[in-house]
Design a binder for this molecule. Structure first.
Ligand code: AMP
Length: 289
């Protein structure tokens, strides 16, 4: 039995989003059992229930306020035309919903879709794209293995999710147009929550911010001669205000700073060239600003 009064968070019960969703919720301090594959799991340390659902059902459960928060791909929100608030982008399950053509078929623009059949599991998003482009094409709704449709003569093109492109390649298909980009997001119901539940949502979102900032950052430490300090500071991104600490050698200082993970190698190499020694770059667990 679901317990009333708890904040309900919907996540995918199995599939691509499951592991990252569980990792995120556990990283922000929610203690729950995700292993036994039940329909729901009660948090041990907070008044929260995790509800495990098919990802395509999540937008509607959150829209209707049955669950107050959910983690789902933007493609599913668009397909359901769900009225929900996208509160945070999570950076995982990144993909694109794209039009793909059989190898060798020419495609210059969406005009080339005129009069064709396009197989997809996302008929609503595809129809919106077709309407927006002012063309007439028919969406053939298929629930899975869309990529086989052109070879079977069921469709001329497909409109499907792509991340690496390997599935398309294996089926001799080429991505020719992008309909939308998608990534996992946290959604919230538009239903007004009680003061206590909204306070809990705000607390969780603040923890998510701390987790995401830490995930995308690194902690940089180095030693440098005082005479080279200005040059080293100038290399750091301008928003950084580094910490400068004295060392036992009075001619040297230690410089500490939080940097973007994606910049780490380049910055380290530039700082080394500017005279930095003993450069250490380490993970950060949480960043509360
Ligand atoms: P699945 O578990 O395969 O049903 O996929 C769930 C969700 O993962 C999709 O609705 C997308 O939001 C996301 N996803 C990311 N990359 C892909 C991909 N290459 N194919 C299918 N889904 C993807």
């Amino acid at each position: 039995m679901l317990t009333n009064g708890k904040l309900k968070i919907a996540i995918q019960k199995k599939g691509r989003l499951f592991d990252d969703s569980v990792e995120l919720l556990q990283a922000i301090g929610l203690e729950f059992d995700a292993k036994s594959r039940q329909l729901f799991s009660l948090c041990k340390n907070l008044p929260i229930e995790i509800i495990f659902l098919r990802d395509d059902d999540i937008p509607e459960y959150v829209q209707d306020g049955v669950c107050q928060l959910g983690i789902v791909g933007q493609n599913e929100i668009a397909e359901r035309s769900a009225n929900v608030v996208e509160t945070r982008r999570l950076g995982f399950s990144q993909c694109r919903l794209s039009i793909a053509a059989p190898e060798g078929r020419s495609y210059a623009s969406a005009r080339d879709l005129e009069g064709t059949r396009i197989a997809t599991s996302y008929p609503t998003v595809l129809q919106n794209f077709i309407t927006e482009k002012g063309i007439s094409a028919s969406a053939v709704e298929i629930s899975g293995s869309v990529e086989i449709c052109p070879a079977l003569g069921v469709s001329d093109f497909i409109c499907d999710l792509v991340s690496t492109g390997t599935t398309l390649k294996n089926n001799r298909l080429v991505e020719v147009d992008e309909v939308m980009k998608s990534e996992a997001v946290i959604i919230q119901t538009t239903t007004v929550l009680s003061t206590e539940k909204q306070a809990l949502v705000n607390k969780l979102l603040a923890r998510v911010d701390a987790y995401l900032t830490a995930r995308d950052s690194k902690y940089l430490m180095l030693n440098i001669k005082k005479t080279s300090l200005d040059a080293a500071v100038a290399i750091l991104p301008s928003l950084n205000t580094p910490t400068i600490l004295p060392l036992s050698d009075p001619s040297m200082v230690s410089l500490h700073s939080v940097i973007q993970k994606r910049d780490a190698w380049n910055l380290a190499e530039q700082l080394q060239a500017a005279g930095a020694e003993g450069i250490l770059i380490s993970d950060i667990e949480k960043v509360l600003i």
